[in-house]
Design a protein around this ligand. Structure first.
Ligand SMILES: Nc1nc2c(ncn2[C@@H]2O[C@H](COP(=O)(O)OP(=O)(O)OP(=O)(O)O)[C@@H](O)[C@H]2O)c(=O)[nH]1
Ligand SMILES: [Zn+2]
Length: 316
């Protein structure tokens, strides 16, 4: 064993964490007893974690190339989490130490996925990430149609980037937005995340291809991977998410993560108003006056209702 080195977890492969340090990848296992900052969790390592590891003299039996043992995980600046698809009571860390969440939609079918956009937006705000809405496939519909569909988000200040992976429109602006930051890409299946990353830089798709190929072995590869950008920064590619379960949000706090409610929230008649059924609710009144987008408000009520049901089902 050698001295400690510092590196970043770029993907997980079974029980092995692949750690990149000085552009070399090490297949690392996690030491049984390990310093873990302030956290306790059953699966301690997440993609994006900064770790200290000791290099092994030999590679792990089933791998090739250098190997190591993770001895310490540094405290996370941020962590984007969702509730596990298999068990909503379990946390699933999507990625650690992320700065931004790029929520990608396709210009021609934005309205089908606004519920997911809202959830991802809440998840980003809760985790302290800057949300960005990336509207891809602008070649498929007139710009003003796409702009109209995302106007409620633009109105409360969400940054919106229009791109077409096909015509390459907007890609320079997107490269700038990603520069020197770690950005998670998420969105419904088929909106063009992989195509767009490939159009940004061909090395990004080659690497995702590599990851999927390695999943054919006896371990399943979670296809979340951290990819360095040649011009600075990292992107995290996630497989299409149809549902994004919100993790650890008390239903009564949901409204706090709606920037479009901020100017009205404090004027509600009842303290702790959830803006769903209470009388003299300033948020609902603002919606009736078209000052808050009706669709946003209705989806909020629906999401609140789902959280109520989830809380009730976990109580028994
Ligand atoms: N017209 C048009 N088609 C696009 C554009 N970007 C991607 N596509 C097409 O959309 C389809 C889906 O693209 P993908 O890149 O596989 O989508 P994805 O979001 O990575 O999907 P998942 O891997 O399932 O999450 C493909 O047929 C692409 O060729 C675009 O800008 N314009
Ligand atoms: Zn209210």
């Amino acid at each position: 064993m050698g001295a400690d080195q510092r590196g970043r977890v770029v993907r997980l492969h079974g029980k092995t964490a692949v750690v990149s340090s000085n552009k070399i990848e090490y297949a690392c296992r996690v030491a049984g007893k390990m310093k873990q900052g302030k956290r306790t969790s059953r699966s301690p390592v997440a993609v994006g974690d900064w770790v200290r590891f000791e290099q092994e003299a030999h590679s792990l039996e089933d791998g090739e190339g250098p190997a190591g043992t993770i001895v310490e995980i540094e405290d996370r600046k941020t962590c984007l989490s969702r509730s596990s698809a298999h068990n909503t009571r379990l946390e699933q860390a999507v990625a650690a130490n992320v700065d931004q969440l790029a929520i990608m939609v396709a210009a021609n079918d934005i309205e089908l996925h606004l519920g997911l956009v809202d959830r991802l937006h809440v998840a980003a705000c809760m985790a302290g990430l800057t949300p960005i809405l990336v509207v891809n496939k602008t070649d498929l519909c007139p710009r003003q149609d796409a702009a109209q569909r995302v106007a409620p988000y633009e109105r409360f200040g969400l940054q919106i980037v229009y791109v077409s992976a096909q015509t390459k429109e907007g890609l320079d602006e997107l490269r700038d937005v990603l520069k020197d930051r770690t950005t998670v890409f998420a969105g419904p299946s088929g909106v063009g995340k992989s195509t767009c990353l490939n159009a940004l830089d061909p090395s990004l798709t080659l690497r995702t291809g590599d990851v999927r190929k390695s999943g054919a072995g006896k371990h399943t590869t979670t296809s979340v991977s951290l990819l360095p950008l040649p011009w600075g920064g990292y992107v995290v590619d996630t497989p299409g998410v149809r549902e994004f379960g919100l993790w650890n949000i008390p239903k009564d706090e949901l409204g706090l993560w709606y920037p479009d409610f901020t100017n009205y929230r404090t004027a509600c008649r009842y303290p702790g108003c959830t803006h769903t059924h209470q009388p003299e609710c300033a948020v609902r009144t603002a919606c009736e006056r078209n000052e808050i987008d009706r669709g946003r408000y209705e989806r909020y009520v629906e999401l609140h209702h789902q959280l109520v049901q989830e809380e009730e089902s976990t109580r028994y």
